[in-house]
Design a protein around this ligand. Structure first.
Ligand code: SF4
Length: 472
């Protein structure tokens, strides 16, 4: 009797990588591997890497270094490296870590099982990377982490050229999936118990550019509104340059599209935005926010901001603080600029000193927190609908608290109740903290098909077949 080899996928970086890792797991399980039990040494360890920040390299080679003695002790063990850093570093990885067996890229996830087999038979490292997308990752088998939430990729790659970003050179130009393929996948997911989806793309607002429909994204949101049983629709990442009013109207008029928007600002200074090649200015950004709030008054808006971009002056930074205050963000991912080799910004003059960046960063975090807390305090005494989430929904043994996300994506800690991950709890907000709400007065628990699905599966879902689609 053949004993299944076990696998472990280690994921770094963005939601796109989380989505791809679910495909990598689905591929390996379709090829007969089994997910390794927590705390055991897997026969195959796959690193799905990120290349956005400098320390991404250090982290990968550090982890590979730790795995070397483990592999020496387990000769049959294999190590594979994929994702953006593999696409960037290519063969260098096996030169720096010759105990790595397979290197594959962002355009050929599907090749992994074959490359592992070939490396095993030929006892030689296999490095295979493509310049363009082989098959849409959504066509590959998947093993989702959640029974009732799912990522749905609508496009891969990006046509923008932000000077701090390496994504376009690693994931290529934007490729759009056909709306019919996306909706077929969503319907299959809902039939499988999913009640919340997140539409995924590097720039969802330019969705449709490849097949010449400039308002395709708004239409897609409306079409999601027609899917019976789909309770929550979210999307990431929008881009202010392409954010058109038809999307705001579609969000406002489609009940299952959630009132939350994560729209990267990056900087509040027009001079810095120009140097970043972000193709919009602070005024346009705030204008979009105002129109979103006019159409969806309870919308929660979050963002990404980079501090210390080359050439950033104190005045530029002050402009970022001003826009942050004016936007009243519910939260923000804030980053200290770090040089990324291979990006135009890496060779720009006037790189800002690390201590200056760190000092500004602290001031920005304080302003973001002040705004987020004020927004949370304004919700005291109101009622929220919380989708209880596994992981976040862990039962805190001491307080028996559950946690999950409100419709506006705010994190809510709930009083202990017998809701299951995937169920929806309506509760009254009794406490507000800078980064979360507490809702101790539970008013209703709605069992959902998502909760049933969560009960059915002992964790990640059974392998789902990939969806039809066409390569780029
Ligand atoms: S929009 Fe800019 S930051 Fe985002 S992936 Fe594209 S190039 Fe990178």
């Amino acid at each position: 009797m053949t004993v299944s080899r076990t696998y472990e996928v280690r994921t770094y970086g963005c939601q796109m990588n989380v989505h791809d890792s679910e495909r990598i797991s689905g591929l390996l399980e379709t090829a007969g591997y089994q997910k390794a039990a927590q705390g055991t040494t897997a026969d195959v360890v796959v690193f799905n890497t990120c290349a956005v920040r400098e320390n991404a390299d250090n982290r990968l080679y550090g982890n590979l270094g730790h795995l070397r003695p483990v592999k020496m002790a387990n000769p049959g063990m294999q190590i594979a490296v994929g994702g953006c850093l593999a696409q960037k570093d290519r063969g260098t990885i096996v030169e720096r870590a010759p105990w790595v067996d397979v290197v594959f890229g962002t355009h050929n996830l599907g090749a992994l099982p074959v490359l592992l087999e070939r490396a095993r038979i030929e006892q030689e490292a296999q490095v295979e990377l493509l310049e363009a997308l082989e098959t849409f990752p959504s066509t590959l088998p998947t093993r989702r982490e959640s029974a009732y939430r799912a990522w749905v990729s609508i496009s891969v790659g990006c046509n923008n050229t932000c000077t701090f970003c390496i994504v376009p050179s690693l994931r290529g130009k934007e490729k759009d999936r056909r709306p019919g393929d996306i909706l077929a996948e969503i319907e299959a997911l809902v039939a499988d118990g999913v009640i919340e989806i997140t539409l995924l793309g590097q720039n969802v607002n330019s969705y449709g550019v490849e097949f010449g429909d400039r308002i395709a994204f708004g239409k897609l949101l409306r079409a999601c509104g027609e899917v019976e049983g789909l309770e929550r629709v979210r999307f990431t990442s929008p881009h202010p340059r392409d954010f058109t009013d038809d999307v705001i109207v579609a969000m406002a008029e489609t009940p299952n599209v959630m009132p939350s928007l994560h729209m990267p600002l990056q900087s509040g200074s027009d001079r810095v935005l120009a140097a970043m090649k972000r193709s919009y200015r602070a005024g346009k950004y705030l204008g979009i926010i105002d129109r979103v709030r006019a159409a969806i008054p309870d919308a929660a808006i979050t963002t990404d901001i980079i501090v210390g971009f080359p050439g950033e002056t104190e005045d530029d930074f002050t402009a970022t603080l001003d826009v942050t205050r004016a936007a009243r963000f519910a939260g923000a991912f804030t980053f200290q600029y770090s040089v990324r080799a291979g990006t135009p910004a890496a060779s720009m003059p006037d790189q800002v000193a690390a201590e200056v960046v760190a000092e500004r960063y602290e001031r920005l975090v304080a302003v973001v927190e002040e705004g987020a807390w004020a927004g949370n305090r304004a919700l005291l005494g109101t009622t929220v609908e919380v989708l209880v989430a596994e992981g976040e929904g862990r039962k805190d043994e001491r307080t028996h608290r559950l946690s999950g996300r409100a419709r506006d994506n705010r994190l809510v800690h709930l009083a202990g109740c017998d809701a299951r991950p995937g169920d929806v709890v309506t509760a009254e907000v009794t406490h507000a903290a800078p980064h979360h709400l507490v809702a101790d007065r539970v008013l209703d628990i709605r069992r959902t098909r998502g909760g049933d699905a969560g009960q059915r599966s002992d964790g990640p879902t059974p392998v789902g077949l990939g969806m039809p689609g066409r390569a780029g």
